[in-house]
Structure formats: C-alpha cells, structure tokens
Design a protein around this ligand. Structure first.
Ligand code: NAP
Ligand code: GDD
Length: 337
C-alpha cells in the first residue's frame, strides 16, 4: 500500500485527490490548518472524511513542515495548499508570497534532507502566464504573472524544477488551468455565478454582481485534473505538464450556460459597467456589474495546450465547459430544495 500526504486536503482539489487515492488503495494523510471550525465538508461530501488521516499543518511554519515530513512515512507528497484566491493577493502580497512561494522552498528543502525518495507534486498554475506571451499556452511559454499570487507561484514552480535538476528529486509541476466543481470555493467566479443563479431560480431577487465579464478562461472539471496530478507522479521521470481543455470561454458565456440549465432565457444589454442580463421569462434582472470586483491588473485570456499531457500521460479533460456549468448550477439549485 502506498502512502500519500496532501497539503490542502480540505480544499477543492485536495478533497477530489483524497477520494481518488483512497479509491486506489492508498493510505492518505493530509494537512489541515488549525481553524475554529474543524469540520471538513468537502471530504464529507465525497465520503472520505473518515478514511483519511488529518494532521495539523501550516504552510507558513518551517518547523511544522519539518516535523510533518519527518514523522509521516510518505511515498508521494502533493502540495495543494495555498492562498489560492487571486483577487485577495493584492491585499495579502506578503502572506501570499510566504504561503505560495517560500513554503514550497521550505518543503522541497526538507524533502531533500529527510525524504529524497518521496515523489513531489507542485500545484502550479496558468495564472503564471498572466499577460500571455503565446496562444495557446504550453509548458515552454514565457511566464508573465499579473498578480502577487502569480508571482509567488512562479517562485514555487521554478524551485520545483531547480530541485529536480540540482538534486535529482522526483519533483513535478502541474501547470493547471482553471478547474471547478460543485465543491469550488464560493468566491471564485464560476461558483459565485451558479450559487447566485440558483438562488434567483428559487425565488431570490438579487442580481449576481460581477466584475470583468470579458475575461476568458480555459475551464475544466476538478475531478479530471486530480487524475492528471496522480499520473505525473507515476512516471519514471519527473516533468512539468499543462492540464487544460484547450477551449476558452468568457465569463458572460459561462453565465449563460449556467442560466440555461436553470431554465432562464437571457437578454444581455449594455457594455462594461452598464452591462446587465435579464431573464425574459420572469423579467428579473439576474446580473449587474459592480466595479468593485475589477482587479488592479487582469489576466484577459487563458487557453492551454494539453498535448504533452495527452501524449505522455494519456490524460485528457472529459467534461466540457457547458457540462461543467450545468453540473455546478444543478448542484447548487438542488442544494436549495
Ligand atoms: P482551495 O480550494 O482554495 O484549497 C486550498 C487549500 O489550502 C485549503 O484546504 C486551505 O485550507 C489550504 N491552505 C490555505 N492556506 C494554508 C496555510 N497557510 N497552511 C495550510 N493550508 C493552507 O484551492 P484549490 O482550487 O483546491 O487549488 C489547489 C491548489 O491548486 C492551490 O495551490 C491553487 O493555487 C492551485 N491551482 C488551482 C487551480 C484551480 O483552478 N482550482 C488552478 C491552478 C492551480 P482551508 O480549508 O483551511 O481554507
Ligand atoms: N472571483 C471573481 N469574482 N472573479 C470575477 C468576478 C467576480 O465577481 N467578476 C469577473 N471575474 C473575473 C476575474 O476578473 C477573472 O478574470 C475571472 O473572472 C476568473 O476569476 P476567478 O474565478 O477568481 O479565478 P482566477 O482565474 O483568478 O484564479 C483561479 O484560477 C487560477 C488558474 O488560472 C484560481 O483557482 C487560482 O488559484 C488558479 O491558480
């Protein structure tokens, strides 16, 4: 039986990865922050809360990282924990740099010292491409991060490559494009949309307030992406891989797909700050723009080229963006029954 340690096991990806590894027969350990509400709703939703071993773990504590790696035998280490909300990173640039950048250095250096045979996965991100230098983006595309989050993730990404090249660690970096699910955090735009529309469909009357409607993202389903993480660590040689669908969609189109699933027929009017959407069937306004959700610097377009992952890992995204929007809208609508 293999043993895996997952940082961020209570997050969206951590929960799906824990389920995948439990189903594969792994002994799964995970790190959780000490917080005032100890429940793990995502692990419970996937039926694995009582099948994993949880340990207090904080990315920002060097000795905590050291003791965790020293005390838990582990064949694979998945570093999924992070301050993962791009929007918050401008207000928390120091903390984000610590959690998403320096913590990766500390983990790698501790693994090198105590468990050099452990295979390591780093949660890198398409946000590193930022002001994109190439379309579509692939493993070799030049990085140009546009947020403190993106900058911090570039440190973790390059350090993962460097420890692989310097010390021969089996350290892989997954450059994952946006992936979502019914377990997505409520502050991310897809979940904010499906939660808001589900409430409107159930008799609510507050339009969903959003920022930039023109940004484009390459959205897939989180359940597919954790399979790709696992496949990276099963390769003889560690490497870096893009996981993406290869399709890009505006926020507006994602909103429309989710609204259609809930039986709405949208009438879009205006542009930029005056843009609105109204449901022709009920006459309710369902979307308004609130500039407070604009970002100081935006990533306008992300579209990934997943051909390396397809060719070398045999991985591909199975859920398309319309199916994803439908899945999330239905789950949020059903939860309000
Ligand atoms: P998520 O749902 O926000 O989960 C992040 C996890 O990190 C949570 O469990 C959180 O704990 C934990 N965490 C935050 N700060 C911590 C700290 N100081 N010490 C220990 N744990 C801490 O994010 P996700 O969507 O699953 O993403 C997983 C990883 O992939 C992240 O590193 C993210 O940056 C990266 N990524 C995500 C995407 C995407 O589209 N989802 C794309 C590319 C890369 P709490 O449960 O206590 O909050
Ligand atoms: N969150 C949010 N809220 N985003 C909005 C809103 C809003 O009200 N209105 C428009 N947007 C736009 C943002 O400006 C951005 O262009 C896009 O929607 C997506 O925002 P998020 O859903 O917050 O995701 P993200 O792309 O910034 O970051 C996610 O994906 C990255 C991978 O590219 C996160 O999961 C990161 O952790 C991940 O690395």
């Amino acid at each position: 039986m293999k043993t895996a340690f997952i940082t961020g096991i209570t997050g969206q990806d951590g929960a799906y990865l824990a389920k995948l590894l439990v189903d594969k027969g792994y002994e799964v350990h995970g790190g959780v922050r000490r917080i005032s509400q100890p429940e793990s709703p995502r692990l419970e939703a996937l039926g694995v809360a009582d099948k994993v071993h949880l340990h207090e773990f904080d990315l920002t504590e060097q000795n905590n990282i050291f003791r965790t790696i020293r005390d838990i035998p582990m064949d694979e280490f998945y570093n999924l924990a992070a301050q993962s909300f791009v929007g918050a990173s401008w207000e928390l640039p120091v903390y984000t740099s610590e959690a998403d950048g320096m913590a990766v250095v500390r983990i790698l250096d501790t693994l090198r010292t105590l468990r050099p045979e452990t295979r390591f996965y780093q949660a890198s991100t398409s946000e590193m491409f930022g002001l994109v230098q190439e379309v579509p983006q692939k493993e070799t595309t030049r990085l140009y991060p546009r947020s403190p989050y993106g900058v911090a993730k570039v440190l973790g990404h390059h350090m993962t490559m460097n420890f692989r090249e310097s010390f021969g660690l089996h350290a892989s970096s997954g450059i994952l494009f946006n992936h979502e699910s019914p377990l997505r955090g409520k502050e991310f735009v897809t979940r904010k949309i499906t939660l808001g529309l589900a409430a409107l469909a159930r008799s609510g009357d507050k339009p969903v307030e959003l920022g930039n409607m023109d940004a484009k993202r390459d959205w897939g389903f989180a359940g597919d992406y954790v399979e790709g993480m696992w496949r990276m660590l099963q390769q003889d040689e560690a490497d870096d891989y893009v996981l993406a669908t290869g399709v890009t969609t505006t926020i507006r189109d994602f909103f429309t797909f989710a609204a259609e699933e809930l039986g709405m027929d949208l009438d879009w009017q205006g542009a930029a700050e005056t843009e609105t959407a109204t449901d022709r069937k009920t006459g309710k306004q369902v979307m308004k723009v609130n500039p407070k959700f604009y970002r100081p610097a935006e990533v306008d377009l992300l579209i990934g080229d997943p051909s390396k992952a397809r060719d070398k890992l045999g991985w591909e995204a199975r859920v398309d963006v319309r199916g994803l929007a439908q899945m999330m809208a239905k789950a949020d609508y059903d939860a309000l029954a």
